[in-house]
Design a protein around this ligand. Structure first.
Ligand SMILES: [Zn+2]
Length: 81
């Protein structure tokens, strides 16, 4: 039985690694590889891009004058420029 931490050969009956002391009864911990990172990052980027596109389409459908992105100064005369 190989130690999942240091690859030291141990007896099958051993409860802990004789070299590093790792508990051999525990299953090896899962670590994400680069494929998992690529998949997760692409899902996150896809969701962000879709949300941006949907939001911009929805904002463009607002009625007047709320569709204006840059407010003209005559609409807000209390703001001195
Ligand atoms: Zn070990």
């Amino acid at each position: 039985m190989k130690c999942p931490n240091c690859a030291q050969e141990n007896k099958d009956s051993a409860k802990a690694c004789k070299k590093c002391g790792r508990d051999l009864a525990m299953p090896p911990a899962w670590f994400p590889d680069w494929r998992w990172h690529m998949r997760t990052l692409s899902v996150i980027y896809a969701v962000v891009i879709v949300m941006y596109l949907v939001t911009s389409v929805l904002l463009r459908q607002l009625p007047e004058p709320y569709h204006i992105r840059k407010i003209p100064p005559e609409v807000t005369p209390w703001l001195k420029r």
